[in-house]
Design a protein around this ligand. Structure first.
Ligand SMILES: [Fe+2]
Length: 146
């Protein structure tokens, strides 16, 4: 993990990835919250456990996005003023964010995606696929602008 390499981590070369993480996460979150989660709740109306899990995932999306924005701001500051690298703070922020992201994705892979495979129809999956394609275009457009 890149945070393990701090303070030797080459921030000028690799910092852009972390700096731009929040906008990429927002695209991912919009896809799940705008398409996948509503499809699942539509197939399981009134299913308490799934509703609770999806609410928790939405909360994690907000927390991870806030953490990624804070980290991006820190990286941006370091890139603009290379003499002010707070390596320990940067390493802590990066480890905390990626630990949270790994835990979030692991839950989605273990619980949410199998649920989607069981419940969603071919039309649902086609809608998701189109939404994913559009989100990839939006993400690519963001990268071209920055
Ligand atoms: Fe997610």
């Amino acid at each position: 993990m890149m945070s393990d390499g701090l303070p030797a981590f080459d921030i000028a070369r690799n910092g852009a990835f972390v700096r731009d993480l929040a906008p990429h996460l927002r695209v991912h979150h919009c896809l799940e919250e705008g398409w996948l989660f509503p499809l699942l709740t539509g197939r399981l109306p009134g299913h308490g456990e799934t509703t609770v899990n999806l609410l928790r995932l939405k909360q994690e999306h907000m927390e991870d996005c806030d953490a990624a924005s804070d980290l991006g701001d820190h990286i941006r500051h370091v890139l603009e003023d290379a003499g002010d690298v707070q390596a320990e703070r940067l390493a802590y922020q990066t480890r905390a964010l990626f630990r949270s992201l790994r835990r979030h994705v692991a839950f989605e892979v273990e619980v949410i995606f199998p649920l989607a495979e069981r419940l969603l129809t071919a039309d649902d999956l086609l809608c998701l696929s189109h939404a994913y394609d559009r989100s990839e275009v939006a993400d690519a457009a963001y990268l071209l602008r920055h």
